[in-house]
Design a protein. Structure first.
Length: 238
């Protein structure tokens, strides 16, 4: 399974996704959107991963590459590619599919639980998600669900935490890919966002209990295994 990923800032990488790709012999290529890298033909990959970033999906004036990225994501979806969007990436998928992206009532930064919806239990991908779990967040915006999307997860601070469109397109507002190293990078570059608020933790709270990242990454692995199983099934069908 060939993976291509879209990066929006230099300090947000693939995290655990990179390690999983190596372990499963999945070639990875990437485009740094902020640096003006070329985008390869969508026929060149099987799965598109759209990562996070501190900018808004609505800030096409300040970041003009967002307009082209939305077109590219739309092309990948229409071509039947598997697509995973994380944080800003999920918001880009939502926006590409006509949903509104807007500021959430509360910023959500740190470790907070999400719970699986009843609708998720009717989806194959829902079996991958734990019924309730503590996950890592770093976002200030949210989105309406795209038309025909199935709502997968919610938190107290943010109703729409995850969705699936069909069986190949998944958006996660929260982060399963985060490692201790990538969390450190976020804190280093976005420390100014760690203000006193109901759903914003301190730097020490974020970095406490590093064992939580292992649990987080196991669920990331399970979700990527799900995508890999889809790929293998499609290859067998051909």
């Amino acid at each position: 399974m060939k993976i291509h990923w879209l990066q929006h800032v230099a300090f947000e990488g693939l995290g655990r996704i990179a390690g999983w790709a190596v372990e499963n012999d999945c070639p990875v290529t990437g485009s740094r959107m902020f640096a003006g890298d070329d985008l390869p033909p969508v026929a060149s990959f099987d799965m598109l991963v759209i990562m996070g970033g501190p900018m808004s999906v609505n800030d096409e004036v300040g970041h003009p590459w967002i307009t082209g990225e939305k077109r590219y994501v739309d092309q990948a979806i229409k071509a039947g590619k598997m697509v995973l969007g994380i944080c800003l990436g999920a918001q880009i998928i939502a926006s590409t599919n006509g949903a509104r992206v807007f500021r959430n009532d509360y910023p959500e930064i740190g470790w907070f639980p999400v719970e699986k919806t009843k609708a998720a239990k009717g989806e194959v991908v829902g079996d991958v998600l734990a019924d309730e779990k503590e996950v890592f967040h770093w976002h200030g915006e949210t989105f309406d669900l795209p038309h025909c999307a199935v709502h997968l997860a919610r938190s107290r601070a943010c109703e729409n935490q995850a969705f699936v469109l069909g069986d190949r397109i998944i958006g996660l507002q929260y982060h399963l890919e985060t490692t201790p190293q990538s969390a450190d990078a976020l804190v280093q570059h976005c420390r100014h966002e760690l203000v006193r608020a109901p759903y914003v933790q301190t730097e020490s709270q974020i970095k406490s209990r590093p064992d939580r990242f292992k649990t987080l990454n196991r669920e990331m692995d399970a979700l990527l295994d799900y995508f890999l199983s889809i790929h293998r099934s499609s290859m067998t069908a051909e």
